[in-house]
Design a protein around this ligand. Structure first.
Ligand SMILES: [Zn+2]
Length: 439
């Protein structure tokens, strides 16, 4: 399938070589930039307001950084509703893929992803994480219990043929499924985007509707959310067209847009353009599903970094994506708090005064070496949710668990693992403990 995509790309590039916008669509699995263009054509001034919002967010980030508020010990719980709109049986994806997508979101936003170890040394110090917990909604807008997964037969999505023909019809209740209150739920639609031949895997809208915006000009909250092609949703999707999206990070990327992030190459094939994020190196162009660590398309001021193919907001192969930067994380948090203020439920992450030192000192692991069980004693850690992961010598994650801990001891069964060295990683989304354990 990859060959088909490349072939079409070559043919159409010859025809349309003069158009940056259309060229971007062809190599571009994500249509967020194009939906912004679409909105601009329907509602002139939309782009200016998106830009104004972004600049405003950056100012708030600077203020929050200086006040350290961005480091508050708060967990942001984000309810998700997944609308699976299908026109054929295989598009009606199983719950297991939905669950895996939620897990990928939580791993990547909290930097719990086991391949965070693959971030190049030059970028590790600026890798960012958030205290976000995405979860399938348990209550629907009318207050009734729900699984957070809606299944509906729909009419086929209108294919993308130039952005002006784009209809977004999956959100129309007659053709797809209407959103749940977009202020209170992260709506994710999964459908057939007729991704061949254009290679569209998803799109999202950045936040709009801030109090200081012109409310009369654009207030279409019914469009807020993320749309993902059914072949790119979840981890190891059996219908995946390009193996480069198998890790399920198309949705991570689109949620990044939904929270106000831009592509790291700033949607222009120019080094002069910047994504507005200081700690992402400049990139002259999107990666084309590659993992080229030698690439350095632009000269950066000060240290000249290579292109950050690890970034979720690039178009690199998703197997080599593994990070947001600290400033990207800060922008997303600010946008969540200020522009989507009713979305997340806030919960204390841990007690006042908690620190990395406390976290380490209040966890003990024994015996080590171990045979069948490792005991993890969370001494005075109360009301925390932690993720534990065992990673083998080859960097492969062999055990993965979320534990609710409250000053107690948890026994982890390792009887099925082969003998050898493992890295035990314990994290509560902010602090992390890594220990080498031997079986
Ligand atoms: Zn994108």
């Amino acid at each position: 399938m990859k060959k088909i995509k490349q072939k079409i790309f070559i043919v159409l590039t010859i025809i349309l070589v003069s158009s940056n916008i259309i060229k971007a669509q062809l190599v571009n699995p994500c249509r967020t930039v194009d939906v912004i263009e679409q909105e601009e054509s329907l509602h002139p001034g939309y782009k200016a307001r998106v830009n104004a919002m972004f600049e405003q967010s950056k100012r708030i980030v600077e203020e929050m950084k200086s006040s350290r508020a961005v480091n508050s010990d708060t967990l942001y719980r984000i309810p998700v509703v997944v609308h699976i709109v299908h026109t054929a049986p295989n598009e009606n994806l199983p719950d297991s893929l939905v669950f895996s997508q939620i897990e990928v979101l939580n791993n990547d936003y909290n930097r719990w992803n086991s391949d965070s170890t693959q971030t190049r040394a030059v970028f590790k110090p600026i890798a960012g994480s958030l205290n976000f917990q995405f979860y399938l909604a348990t209550t629907d807008p009318t207050g009734n219990p729900t699984t957070g997964i809606i299944r509906k037969t729909g009419t086929p999505a209108i294919p993308f043929v130039g952005f002006n023909a784009f209809q977004d019809n999956v959100k129309n209740p007659d053709e797809g499924d209407a959103p749940w209150n977009t202020d209170k739920y992260l709506n994710i639609w999964v459908c057939n985007l007729n991704t061949i031949p254009l290679g569209v895997l998803g799109y999202a809208y950045p936040p709009t509707g801030a109090a200081n915006w012109d409310a009369a000009s654009y207030t279409d909250s019914a469009k807020q959310g993320v749309v993902i092609d059914y072949t790119a949703f979840g981890r190891n999707n059996p219908y995946v067209i390009d193996p480069g999206v198998a890790p399920g990070r198309t949705c991570v990327h689109e949620v990044g847009h939904y929270l106000g992030l831009r592509h790291i190459w700033a949607d222009e094939d120019l080094c002069a353009e910047d994504d507005g994020i200081d700690d992402t190196p400049k990139a002259g162009a999107a990666s084309n599903f590659d993992c080229d660590t030698t690439k350095n398309t632009c000269v950066d001021v000060g240290v000249d970094y290579p292109d950050m193919i690890e970034n979720f907001m690039d178009y690199s192969d998703e197997h080599c994506q593994n990070m947001f930067t600290q400033e990207q994380a800060a922008i997303m948090l600010v946008n969540l708090i200020t522009l989507r203020p009713d979305l997340a439920e806030k919960a204390p992450l841990y007690g006042v005064g908690f620190s990395q030192n406390n976290f380490e000192n209040n966890i003990s692991v024994y015996p080590n070496p171990a045979v069948d069980f490792i005991n993890i004693d969370f001494k005075s850690i109360r009301n925390n949710q932690v993720k534990i992961e065992l990673i083998d010598n080859a960097g492969k994650s062999v055990l993965n668990k979320i534990l609710d801990v409250n000053n107690d001891i948890h026994a982890i069964d390792i009887s099925q693992l082969t003998s050898g060295f493992y890295y035990l990683q314990i994290s509560n989304g902010r602090y992390i403990l890594r220990k080498k354990v031997v079986k």
